[in-house]
Design a protein around this ligand. Structure first.
Ligand code: SF4
Length: 694
């Protein structure tokens, strides 16, 4: 509690900026109100509408408050023992009948570090299944793979957000923070006030693009060609940093050759970005004393997302914009704990501390912390979409928490069918999401203001969300659920319900790993406004800035990766002549499971739509507000048309927060990146048909 009126300092439940906020007790049906917390450095009191309205989901009518068990085809209230006994019995029976890997676990990038850690441990120790992954695979896994490939370590931003205004130029690729994380925009404004330049790459002239000195609007799926074209221009103009390349990198010759094969005129034809704009972007980037490239889901959610991010990293490395102050490559992580959620073991190939499950030394270390035989730990499992695609086949029962794939997964109609085909589905959630509606058992769990836990924001800063109010009677925390299930599966020890105990175990499990939390404690986080990992001991100051002395590869050098442009997995053709891209809007968050239950947010963003250019609308005979059918190889949806000149005439946009008729993810393509296994959310082919109203 921060003062006499009982305000609890905590953080927003939503995106990766993890804005600091205060929660003040009200005594009403909505038990707390959100107040500013100016002292937290990242947002300095500013909140967007999602954060300032977050308390509404705490109201009794907005959320679940009792377990539900399906009987006679209907979800009906049940007691906790009945529900947990049923879950344990069915998971045990499934493993007995089909093998341990027939029981799957699906987590989320919004779970606290403690939950993500214990969920991974639950899968590997209590269930001994390899079938675990999480929705963060859909979020920034391509950036993580490319960052690891180039730098030897993935931390979304290798510097604090406060460094961004000190750069001379920032290229923001496929990111719209003016809508997704508005308090972040102050750093972009400060950049320009300081004399720096902002280049925004986005097929749409978004609110963020409106702030830019230069807006490049490539066709969806062509960011890789764009980055190669910029590198070609930089090389041709003799603006590479040869000293940096020689002293701190390897692999330049092959990468240079790959870039020189991408002639700017060809890049102009592929991307649709005029050559003078390409030249201007290259000039702005090279004229700056220090420059940054920040990517988000636009370039990452592609079947070539890892190579696309590598191409942008190559541009940074070739110009010496990495491993020094106020310069470098960073990923703007999306989900609330998109960073920490990918570090501590809920990913299919991973153990805590960003260790690899196929590394014998990592298995031995973590097994010792867990008190199990390393040989008992399963091997790596399937990636998120592959896991969802296997439901009802190899995987017969699924425990899902913190995710709503009926809305958020690609090819969502198919994923919904797979979920329906399961022998048994149990969902832990705060609300009855579209995925929970399909479950055999629904477990109501506490939410952000009702429990304590750590998150790791987009900067790699580990922060503490504090409990402000008790959860309603009938609700349990995720840690209590895992503890109770583990006990029923024969593991009465090892699954603490106290989050600080879980965090202390996580610290030991991560010690010595790439994401080392050993020196981070709840006390230090509170005292220091968060601690940046790696932090190997209580005396270690934390690491706000990575790579200043050396990169994390054994030789200390960054790696260039030669990459080639290739088309999207599904290009427009005669039957499906238009590109569809997807994204978020200001007043909704991810699958909307929480924000669609908030009146103020629904008033601002009431429903789905398809955004298209008036030239395309004219060809189709569609007016603003008309119902339009969007048809892809994967489905048909009907939604209102929204006309705007802010989008390319060959591209349409749908926000992905809604299910059913307005679902964008009915259409998105599950083609996977070969390295990150990230699906291609950002580019697929559709046609639009006017809908005649009878
Ligand atoms: S920007 Fe993100 S963290 Fe901040 S208030 Fe909005 S949703 Fe919450």
């Amino acid at each position: 509690m921060s003062n006499a009126v009982a305000t609890t300092d905590t953080h927003c439940p939503y995106c990766a900026l993890q804005c600091g906020m205060g929660l003040r007790r009200t005594g009403g049906a909505v038990p707390v109100s959100v107040v500013e917390r100016p002292g937290f450095p990242v947002n300095q009191g500013a909140l967007c509408g999602k954060g300032s309205n977050a308390a509404a989901v705490l109201a009794p009518g907005a959320r679940l408050s009792t377990p539900l068990v399906r009987r006679d085809g209907e979800l009906r209230p049940a007691g906790w023992d009945e529900a947990l006994d049923l879950v344990a019995d069915r998971l045990t029976a499934t493993a007995g009948a089909y093998g341990r890997d027939a029981v799957g676990v699906f987590g989320g990038g919004g779970l606290t570090n403690e939950k993500a850690y214990l969920l991974g441990k639950f899968a590997r120790v209590a269930l001994r299944t390899s079938a675990i992954d999480y929705n963060g695979r859909f979020c920034m896994s391509s950036a993580a793979a490319a960052g690891t490939r180039a730098f030897g370590l993935d931390r979304g931003l290798p510097f604090p957000v406060a460094d961004i205004p000190k750069a001379g130029c920032v290229i923001l690729v496929g990111s719209n923070p003016a809508e997704t994380m508005p308090p972040f925009v102050r750093y972009l404004r400060e950049l320009r006030e300081n004399g720096g330049t902002l280049v925004v790459v986005d097929p749409r002239r978004t609110r963020t693009a409106e702030l830019a000195d230069l807006h490049l609007a490539p066709r969806p799926g062509t960011d890789l060609a764009l980055a190669l074209g910029l590198l070609h221009l930089v090389v041709a103009d003799g603006r590479t940093d040869e000293d940096f390349i020689a002293e701190r990198t390897t692999g330049w010759a092959e990468t240079r050759a790959a870039a020189m094969a991408h002639w700017p005129e060809h890049v102009e034809a592929v991307t649709g970005v005029p050559l003078p704009q390409l030249r201007e972007a290259a000039r702005m980037f090279c004229d700056a004393d220090s420059a940054m490239v920040l990517t988000a889901r636009g370039p990452e959610q592609q079947a070539k997302g890892t190579d696309t991010v590598s191409a942008w990293i190559n541009l940074c490395l070739a110009t010496g914009n990495a491993g020094r102050p106020n310069a470098g490559y960073g990923c703007l992580t999306g989900q609330g704990n998109g960073q920490g959620g990918r570090e501590h073991g809920q990913k299919a190939d991973q153990l805590p501390g960003y260790r690899k499950l196929d590394d014998p030394a990592a298995r031995a270390h973590v097994a010792a912390v867990w008190g199990v035989d390393p040989d008992s730990l399963p091997g790596p499992g399937r990636s998120a979409y592959e896991l969802l695609d296997s439901l009802g086949g190899e995987v017969r029962a699924l425990l899902l928490t913190g995710s709503n794939p009926v809305v958020s997964a690609p090819h969502a109609g198919h994923v919904t069918e797979r979920l329906r085909s399961l022998d048994f589905l149990v969902v832990s959630d705060v609300v009855l999401s579209e995925t929970a509606e399909l479950a055999d058992v629904v477990l109501p769990v506490a939410q952000w203001a009702e429990e304590t836990g750590t998150m790791t924001n987009l900067e790699g800063r580990v922060i503490l969300r504090r409990k402000a109010v008790d959860a309603p009677a009938g609700v349990r925390t995720d840690l209590e659920v895992l503890h109770a299930l583990a006990a029923r599966l024969g593991h009465g020890e090892g699954f603490p319900t106290d989050p600080e105990k879980a965090f202390d175990e996580l610290r030991r499990a991560s010690a010595g790993g790439p994401a080392d939390y050993a020196g981070i404690s709840y006390e230090r986080i509170a005292a220091e406004d968060g601690v940046f990992w790696p932090c190997s001991s209580p005396e270690h100051p934390g690491t706000p800035r990575l790579f200043l002395e050396r990169f994390a590869h054994p030789d200390g050098r960054a790696r260039f990766t030669p990459v080639q442009h290739r088309p999207a997995a599904e290009e427009p053709d005669a039957r499906y002549p238009v590109r569809l891209t997807t994204g978020r809007v200001l007043a909704q968050y991810q699958s909307g499971a929480q924000t669609r239950r908030v009146d103020a947010l629904n008033a601002a963003a009431p429903g789905p739509y398809v955004e298209l250019h008036p030239l395309l609308a004219d060809r189709l005979g569609v007016r603003d507000g008309d119902q339009v059918a969007v048809v892809s190889r994967r489905g048909r949806t009907v939604t209102p048309a929204r006309l705007t000149t802010a989008i390319r005439p060959d591209t349409v946009f749908m926000p992905f927060h809604w299910a059913g008729e307005g679902s964008a993810n009915i259409h998105t393509n599950p083609a996977l990146d070969p390295v990150s296994r990230m699906p291609e959310f950002k580019a697929c082919a559709v046609r639009l048909e006017p809908v005649t109203v009878a």
